[in-house]
Write a protein that binds this ligand. Structure first.
Ligand code: COI
Length: 381
């Protein structure tokens, strides 16, 4: 199998030159929150960082209508939305989102990672869900202006970040099934520590049979809530057995690995080759997945994007041919998988050296400890 990599459309779009934060700042004018978090609440949130359950004082917003396109850009106080129960998103799930992080470097500056990739993926997802595209400069400006308004919420310290969640949803009040003619875009942010409370010690994964998150021609490659909703019931069942995530298999044969409930997967072979399920249109084209492939290839490591059969993986773990397995994503970064099981097998794996090295190399770039040879970092503040 060839290891030559032709950049995907998202990768190619992410390589194009983009406007700087200075050029974009101010597109989303600030309406300050008159009731921000108290100093005591702020200090408590920042001293006990979890993942995704505390939010900052503001959010970015703009609205699209079929007649007028995008307008009403602004940074506004964070708070509940006034959404009619007739809003289309609540019925037909016409919504997509992104995950991206803001990192504070040692000198206090604040950076994000490959935002043009997320902008391109948001639009890939939007087009599959019949939502309007977001201009890349609007996407970037919403991050810049939002993070500038709430920069004190970007934590300091390894493994921490302000997790940014851009989202687009159908807000037209209408129960007919059609593409919404009113759409809202928000960016909210959550000061966060590691996604898995177990940290870098490894997670146990249940390989699901009988349920799938997406199928051919469906929405698998779009970052839409429905794919995640489809993963929740199998994940609950797996949690009852003591597993923290599920791995889905292909829909036709239940033979090949696809992805976890919200993360991509990698397999490290004992001979040093690294493998990851290929982009069949059913799995999400993860930004972390793409960055890891690029980083490894630049170091001369053979990376194979291909169909990976579960049987072969389990046999390889038994024989020692497979050395490590890990998950990756913006939220999870790089997380070792130390146990894989279902009714037919139960295998354990170490937290391997390659996984540790990839984690360190990637997070060193993100945190500004190492050179950024790929030009991935984008200064927000
Ligand atoms: C991310 O990694 O950013 C995601 O959106 C996945 C989700 C499990 C938090």
């Amino acid at each position: 199998m060839s290891t030559t990599h032709v950049p995907t459309e998202l990768e190619a779009l992410s390589e194009l030159e983009i406007s700087t934060a200075e050029e974009l700042a101010g597109r989303f004018p600030l309406t300050p929150n008159e009731n921000p978090a108290s100093q005591a609440d702020y200090e408590q949130v920042m001293s006990e960082l979890t993942f995704g359950n505390k939010f900052t004082d503001h959010m970015a917003h703009m609205r699209w209508t079929k007649e007028e396109g995008w307008s009403e850009r602004g940074i506004i106080p964070y708070g509940p939305l006034a959404l009619t129960p007739g809003a289309a998103v609540l019925h037909y799930s016409q919504s997509v989102f992104e995950g991206i992080k803001a990192y504070r470097h040692a000198d206090g500056s604040i950076w994000t990672f490959r935002p043009a990739y997320n902008a391109a993926r948001l639009n890939h997802s939007a087009s599959r869900l019949a939502l309007p595209k977001v201009d890349r400069d609007d996407f970037l400006a919403s991050l810049v202006d939002y993070v500038r308004a709430d920069e004190k919420w970007v934590p300091t310290g390894d493994g921490t970040s302000l997790y940014l969640r851009p989202l687009l949803f159908a807000s037209e009040e209408f129960l007919g099934v059609h593409a919404s003619s009113v759409v809202d875009y928000y960016v909210i942010g959550s000061p966060s520590g590691p996604y898995f409370t177990s940290g870098f010690t490894g997670v146990a994964i249940w390989v699901v049979k009988g349920y799938h998150r997406a199928g051919p021609g469906g929405t698998g490659s779009a970052k839409c809530g429905g794919n995640y909703a489809a993963s929740l019931m199998p994940q609950l069942q797996a949690a009852e057995k003591g597993f923290s995530q599920v791995c889905f298999l292909d829909t036709y044969e239940e033979k090949y690995l696809e992805e976890l409930g919200g993360m991509n997967m990698f397999v490290v072979m004992a001979d040093g080759t690294v493998r990851t399920p290929e982009l069949t249109g059913v799995i999400l084209e993860g930004g972390t997945r793409s960055a890891i492939c690029k980083m490894l290839r630049s170091q001369g490591t053979p990376v194979r994007e291909e169909m990976i059969a579960l049987d072969e993986l389990v046999a390889g773990i038994h024989s020692g041919e497979v050395a490590e397995v890990f998950a990756c994503g913006t939220a999870a970064v790089v997380t070792p998988i130390t146990r894989l099981a279902n009714d037919d097998f139960d295998v354990e794996l170490p937290v391997g050296e390659t996984t540790k090295r990839i984690h360190k190399q990637l997070t060193d770039i993100q945190m500004g400890y190492a050179q950024d040879p790929f030009g991935w970092m984008y200064r927000l503040v």
